[in-house]
Design a protein. Structure first.
Length: 500
């Protein structure tokens, strides 16, 4: 059960044998999403604008739509002075580096340095760790799993190798607890860990020791904020139940979920999988070290359990398998013949460099000179500034809140200086809280994109008869495309007009 040179330095091991140009290509691929977002697609996308709008104060228990860890990451992002989408993508890239670090550490238990290098290169240049962060520009729960799952598995593998060492069990519990703060999909990871430890005869005895139970207790403590939130929001559990066990999932829906589970681990590691796939060969598992056999069992369960759930009608999408894709890469590297490994790393870098160069150039040209991106180029800063300027021209205090079409109201709140409370709808329970009532007393901005069916309803709820429109140019769009918004002001209470 010895590892293949576990003490060699990770950074040096990854770059060993690569030319300076190849290293620069890897760095460019990994940082390209941050650059593209900053130069071409600068505006917070839907998830991150919603999170940012709600993260002005530390959101201990998460939000109605997002679990605590995503909300905490958004709060960290909110502290960055230059509010824009690039900061969220940069923060996600740093988390992705942490994920790669844990995955490579896992590989050190059974892979030699050349295979570790190839695994790191495939991950660094993959859709999973680069462009996958861009479409949503999000610190959402799917991406927040990328680091917590490998961390939990790394400490789990260390714990079963030395069951009497409490530190690994403790850290495994922390990682599992953080994973619980991302997505309920973590239940499949927990199930896979328990089943793998029971199926493998070499690890069954760990349940007789204190370590696993320490990990369970610590995980519950770390996950306590979200468990409390679930207890106080029982309607959310019903929503989760509908997603996990839909009452009447048809053949079409089941087929889509099954297909998503099967192809996701391979699709998310494009373009490296174009090189790895043809290089795979059959190897007898009797030759494999015990840590790899146990890890392979765990990875198999992480594919089979979602597959079984999908067959039973649970709703699965490709992004749900995000954390599993990294494990699949590490596992597959063992099945590539040793004499071919060294030749594959430069090939992956070359293909990935060309692949992403074409993708980014074509996409950037389309967004810069074409119709633009409806969300990622929205004029958020200009819209917030213009609305606040018009507000200040009519009132000497406020506004306290913003409400309307959620994707627009949270956009305004995310870019507005100060603390504007963003209500998700007229039925938002926060409107009845002390903070909500205080915000409403300061007046607010009602805003949406026409045509929006609920705009009139929202106006009438506040007794507002008329609305106005603003047309602003899209950001980073050289074709002159614009976006139009409709707004109305809810006057503050006990506030005099300017000059009175």
């Amino acid at each position: 059960m010895t590892s293949a040179q576990p003490e060699h330095r990770l950074a040096g091991g990854i770059t060993a044998g690569l030319t300076r140009g190849q290293i620069l290509v890897l760095v460019a691929i990994f940082l390209a999403p941050v650059v593209i977002v900053a130069l071409v697609l600068p505006t917070y996308h839907v998830d991150i604008r919603r999170l940012s709008a709600l993260a002005a104060e530390f959101p201990l228990l998460g939000t109605d739509r997002h679990p605590p860890l995503s909300s905490w990451l958004a709060w960290i992002n909110h502290l960055i002075p230059l509010h824009d989408a690039w900061s969220a993508v940069l923060l996600q890239a740093l988390l992705n580096l942490g994920a790669i670090w844990f995955l490579v550490r896992i590989g050190q238990l059974f892979l030699e340095p050349a295979r570790l290098r190839l695994a790191a290169i495939v991950l660094l240049s993959s859709m999973l760790m680069t462009v996958w962060s861009v479409p949503g520009f999000s610190l959402n729960e799917d991406l927040a799993q990328l680091m917590t799952w490998p961390a939990a598995v790394w400490w789990y593998l260390g714990a079963i190798r030395n069951p009497m060492r409490a530190r690994n069990w403790l850290l495994m519990g922390v990682a599992l607890g953080l994973a619980c703060l991302t997505k309920y999909y973590v239940l499949l990871l927990m199930g896979a860990l328990v089943l793998a430890s029971l199926i493998d005869r070499d690890t069954r005895r760990i349940w007789l020791a204190r370590g696993p139970w320490l990990a369970v207790i610590v995980a519950f403590i770390v996950a306590a904020p979200h468990l409390y939130w679930l207890w106080s929001h029982p309607d959310h559990l019903e929503f989760v139940h509908q997603k996990v066990a839909p009452a009447a999932a048809g053949i079409g829906a089941i087929s889509q979920s099954v297909l998503a589970v099967i192809i996701a681990p391979f699709l998310l590691v494009i373009p490296g999988m174009f090189v790895l796939g043809p290089a795979l060969r059959r190897r007898a598992l009797v030759q494999a070290p015990q840590p790899f056999r146990h890890f392979l069992l765990l990875v198999g369960l992480l594919v089979l359990l979602p597959l079984l759930a999908a067959f039973l009608g649970a709703d699965f999408k490709i992004r749900y398998q995000t954390p599993v894709a990294g494990f699949v890469v590490v596992a597959l590297l063992w099945f590539i013949p040793g004499e071919r490994v060294a030749r594959l790393a430069p090939r992956v870098i070359t293909i990935a460099g060309l692949f992403w160069a074409v993708i980014y150039l074509v996409a950037s040209a389309g967004y810069l000179f074409g119709p633009g991106h409806g969300k990622a180029q929205e004029p958020g800063p200009a819209l917030a500034a213009e609305l606040l300027a018009r507000w200040d021209a009519g009132f000497s205090c406020g506004p306290g809140f913003v409400l309307g079409q959620e994707t627009v109201s949270t956009l305004v709140a995310a870019y507005a200086p100060g603390a504007l409370v963003a209500f998700s709808s007229l039925a938002d329970p926060d409107m009845k809280s002390t903070q909500g009532k205080n915000a409403i007393s300061k007046g607010g901005i009602l805003v949406w994109k026409p045509p929006y069916g609920n705009g009139k309803t929202i106006r009438q709820a506040f007794g507002i008869k008329e609305s106005n429109r603003i047309t602003l140019p899209l950001r980073r769009n050289l074709a002159g495309k614009t976006a139009t918004y409709e707004y109305a002001f809810v006057p503050p209470k006990n506030c005099t007009p300017p000059g009175d």
